[in-house]
Design a protein around this ligand. Structure first.
Ligand code: SF4
Length: 962
């Protein structure tokens, strides 16, 4: 940019005195006027972030009074962003005079984000200053959901909840206690808390998010998430829009661009022309649910063209096992393996893939060749998107990894590694034994392979009388709004025999908190402690989210006992909350809980938050030495810089790590498979005569052939395959106006339910119309802004049409993150983004919602609240979706078959209708598609499958438990 000549408008504005005359002679030359600098000089300045030795006394001019020069002195304290899982580094600028946080910028010392953020990072300032935020613990008055609340003390909340948990545990009702998490926080923290209580009480949002893709990856190599090395890749294939809006948005986006700048080609599969697709070299607008077929066609081309990595396939896939199981008549030779694979996939020609997906065969062929040529430098990612949207969506990730295996890019530089190779695992000071309980409300027998808890079915399982939740925590979690079938959640929340005591731990009001008994305000990014570590690239790092005012106070010599002493109101953090709660559940130590919450440094005393983190940081490889050089403790180092780089970026090919002499003592090698066993457990595999760790699968290799799928009654899916989706073109009746609705994408400035308190973000994005191609719009005679009735399997919603060429013809889409609401009786919250709605339930199971008013300006201590110009808060679409759990992975399959109609004259924008009786019937239809446990040996789940909060092995055997 640099100095520009004044525009015509600027000239007039200066002349009539609306703005100062910025262009008079020498005006630009005064100290600090950025406009005298060239583009290069400005770029250099951005690299010159305040150096850490000045973080306690940093002087800047106040930009609000520019061109007047007013100095402001700040203390700069690092933390991490809490607005998506990436946990990018932030630095809080604290006004030294007022001790208020004034702004957030990136943290250049964070190895994942390297000083950069997306819009949601700096918008943390909106969230912490939101006039509608919850500042004190609240308890409901009157009936649940009526909207009346009274302020209570933390002591009252803690004692009430602790007493109820104590009673449940003492009465052996462990499975009636659950912690249900939306946005996770600290790595490993709840793995300490919940097993200490001895409960199988963890529930998550993963089955409406990522478990489909996780399942597909896991079947191959025992790891459930990919870590693509984008910046070193030669070819990048994204299934969905990661660069702009998906998982690891900013850390991945910056590395994808780096890769591109070094010459990598980028291909994106997405029916929408997303921002990512628009920046790609190839856009493949696949018909939703056909991605797995396209990937198999690419695999076939790589095999036919001989572009596969022979050495990798020979050493690192279980090909002998496959030939023995499927081609017993053939000799076990590598050539026969390749020939058999070509035969298996002969039908998946590019022409077949074109017929299924609508993507041209030539493009599929060209990309396949390019992937084959990239070889080990092929990076790819599938997270939610197609893996989270279709019956059999897990096959998308499985087939994508097939390409990674064929090219030998698994764990290679510029390839795609398992995410655990690039992730730090904290070691806490105590190791509670795994719980001896299995909670069938989380893992019912019908879904033995479900990769995570069947959380979307919880209300249906309760409705059926399979159990109850006596003490239930919803933690930064909003199922009434985020999940499908929110009205069934609402029905269950209103029934106290189903949900006994519901505590909502949340930084902001949400639709689920309206139906809680306690609403406990939790801290945002700059108000809480958490450890973060994510697979953003080929290195490993650990970051520290911390309450910045507490750290500033510590540096200024003040002692703080609890974080709520420095946070706004009595907003607390969860770490201290859980420690206090656990202490109160077992005050005399007789239940064996209290001992896990004692200090590792002061016997018998309650652990403090500094002690908890100091213990972990002392055990981070390389951190003690680095901290010592600066004369700091490990905790002080992390509090000062906010992050530490454990490994720089050479975490490749870890499967080839040799087993040590100690590890090899007392092992036996399976003569047939080469698997190395010790004390009944597999610990490695022989490859080229060497004993190496391999992958955590039964064969210790990538499993092209899955005996697990055969053993668990799905032999038809023993190999990577294509499963036709529940919204495949064959099942839609176009003559009735049936379409597939893609409801899974997000706008890049929004988060599921926590951006409604960030005014800048809502100002940018505040509507969720139906994306429709002009050809479809013409067929229906729709123009942009016309009302459209979207009929789902259980009801309908009325939205507006947006006619755009960015949508694949024959498919419609609606963003996932808008349509927030509150009722008139509810506490005012999120007024930047919520419609006021009326909800009626005049007949059992029949629910109607209508919008009474949209978003309006309001009076508050933030002047911007009077300047709101947007009125339309969008429509809550998810609540009209039925639950569709994939019968194998358990993933909710988000895509919807919808029937498009013109609304009746009396139907209005935002109207919603749902019949929860129908939704329960649909739950049963999908349940009937399952093949329940037991599997081999009376198991309820394969022992080698990961499970969050894995219970004691004895609980895996159904009969033994009896
Ligand atoms: S990508 Fe954006 S929202 Fe996510 S952690 Fe980074 S700055 Fe925050």
């Amino acid at each position: 940019m640099g100095y520009k000549k004044p525009s015509f408008i600027e000239n007039i504005a200066e002349k009539v005195g609306i703005i100062p005359d910025l262009h008079k002679e020498n005006y630009q030359k005064f100290d600090g006027d950025m406009r005298q600098f060239s583009d290069d000089e400005v770029a250099q300045m951005y690299q010159n972030f305040p150096p850490p030795d000045k973080w306690d006394d940093w002087v800047e001019y106040n930009p609000k009074v520019w061109p007047r020069k007013e100095k402001k002195t700040y203390q700069i304290v690092p933390t991490t962003c809490f607005n998506c899982e990436s946990a990018c580094g932030l630095t809080a600028f604290i006004d030294k005079e007022t001790q208020e946080v004034k702004k957030f910028e990136g943290n250049p010392y964070h190895p994942g984000s390297r000083g950069r953020n997306c819009a949601k990072g700096p918008a943390t300032i909106n969230q912490i200053t939101d006039p509608d935020r919850i500042l004190f613990p609240l308890k409901r008055k009157g009936k649940r959901g009526e909207g009346n609340w009274e302020r209570v003390s933390w002591d009252e909340a803690l004692d009430t909840i602790a007493a109820r948990i104590r009673k449940a545990i003492k009465e052996d009702r462990h499975n009636e206690i659950a912690y249900h998490v939306g946005r996770p926080g600290a790595e490993g923290f709840m793995n300490w808390i919940l097993p200490s209580w001895g409960i199988d009480g963890h529930n998550s949002h993963t089955n409406v998010c990522s478990s489909g893709a996780r399942f597909g990856y896991n079947l191959w190599y025992g790891f459930d998430r990919p870590s693509p090395d984008h910046s070193e890749a030669k070819f990048i294939l994204l299934i969905s829009a990661h660069l702009e809006s998906g998982h690891y948005f900013n850390p991945h986006a910056q590395r994808i661009i780096e890769g591109k700048m070094k010459g990598a080609k980028l291909a994106t599969m997405d029916p929408r022309l997303s921002n990512t697709a628009s920046m790609s070299d190839y856009w493949m607008p696949t018909y939703p649910g056909t991605e797995a077929a396209v990937l198999l066609a690419m695999a076939l081309i790589i095999l036919q063209e001989g572009l596969y990595n022979r050495k990798y396939l020979e050493n690192w896939t279980n090909w002998e096992e496959y030939l023995i199981a499927r081609h017993a008549d053939k000799k076990i030779t590598f050539e026969n393996y390749i020939a058999a694979m070509i035969d298996e996939y002969a039908a998946y020609t590019p022409e077949f893939a074109e017929k299924e997906s609508g993507v041209k065969a030539e493009m599929i062929r060209e990309i396949a060749i390019k992937i084959g040529e990239a070889g080990e430098r092929f990076a790819s990612h599938n997270w939610r998107s197609a893996g989270a949207s279709n019956l059999g969506g897990w096959a998308v990730a499985r087939n994508l990894h097939f390409l990674t295996v064929l090219t030998g890019a698994v764990g290679a530089k510029g390839g795609t590694s398992p995410n655990s190779w690039n992730k730090f695992k904290p070691q806490v000071h105590t190791a509670p034994k795994p719980q001896k309980k299995w909670n069938e409300l989380h893992f019912p027998k019908e879904y033995p392979l479900a990769f995570f808890e069947m959380s979307q079915l919880l209300p249906h399982l309760l409705k059926e009388g399979r159990g109850k939740m006596d003490v239930y925590f919803s933690r930064v979690f909003n199922p009434i709004w985020t999940y499908p079938d929110g009205f069934t959640w609402m029905e269950m929340f209103m029934d106290e025999s189903k949900f006994g005591l519901h505590t909502a731990l949340t930084p902001t009001w949400n639709e689920t908190a309206f139906f809680a008994d306690f609403v406990l305000p939790m801290g945002l990014a700059s108000e809480r402690h958490d450890i973060n570590s994510y697979a953003t690239h080929g290195g490993t790092w650990v970051a520290f989210r911390q309450p910045v005012l507490r750290e500033a106070a510590r540096r200024n010599g003040k002692h703080i006992t609890y974080t709520y002493e420095v946070n706004p109101g009595e907003v607390w953090e969860e770490d201290e909350f859980w420690i206090e709660l656990s202490w109160r559940i077992d005050p005399d130590g007789s239940m064996g809980i209290k001992e896990h919450f004692e200090s590792p440094y002061r016997k018998g005393e309650k652990i403090t938050i500094e002690e908890y983190y100091q213990y972990i940081f002392e055990r981070v490889k390389g951190l003690p030495e680095t901290a010592k050089k600066e004369g700091l403790t490990e905790f002080q180092y992390m509090a000062k810089y906010g992050a530490f780089e454990i490994e720089k970026g050479e975490s490749y090919k870890k499967n080839e790590t040799p087993l040590t002499k100690d590890q090899l003592k007392g092992t036996v090698v399976d003569k047939k498979t080469g698997v190395i066993r010790k004390n009944g457990k597999d610990i490695g595999v022989m490859v080229e005569g060497k004993a190496v760790v391999g992958f955590p699968t039964p064969s210790r290799k990538n499993e092209f052939y899955s005996q697990t799928m055969v053993d668990w009654k799905w032999p038809e899916y023993a190999l990577p395959t294509y499963i036709k989706s529940h919204i495949h073109n064959d099942v839609l009746d176009k003559s009735k106006g049936e379409y597939v609705l893609v409801p899974t994408f997000r706008l890049p400035t929004l988060i599921h339910s926590r951006s409604a308190n960030a005014k800048w973000l809502v100002e940018i994005s505040n509507r969720n119309p139906i994306w429709m191609h002009p050809d479809d719009a013409a067929k229906w005679n729709f123009k942009t802004g016309d009302l459209v009735k979207m009929n789902t399997d259980i009801g309908y919603f009325i939205d507006k049409v947006w006619v755009t060429q960015s949508m694949k013809p024959g498919v419609v889409a609606c963003s996932h993150h808008i349509g927030r609401w509150r009722r008139e009786q509810d506490k005012t919250g999120n007024r930047w983004a919520t419609n006021t709605v009326n909800i009626e339930n005049n007949e059992p199971g029949k629910w109607k919602m209508s919008t009474k008013s949209g978003i309006k300006p309001f009076e508050s201590n933030d002047k911007d609240s009077k300047r709101i110009f947007w009125k339309d808060g969008g429509v809550h679409q998810n609540i009209t979706h039925a639950v569709h759990p994939d019968p194998i992975s358990g993933m909710h399959t988000w895509h919807q078959r919808v029937r498009i109609e013109k609304p009746e004259p009396d139907e209005k924008y935002g109207d919603i209708f749902v019949d929860t009786n129908k939704s329960h019937e649909i739950y049963k239809e999908w349940l009937a598609m399952t093949r329940p446990a037991p599997g081999p040996n009376g198991l309820r789940r394969p022992l080698w499958f990961k499970r969050a909060f894995k219970p004691d092995e004895s609980t895996y055997y159904i009969d033994k438990e009896k």
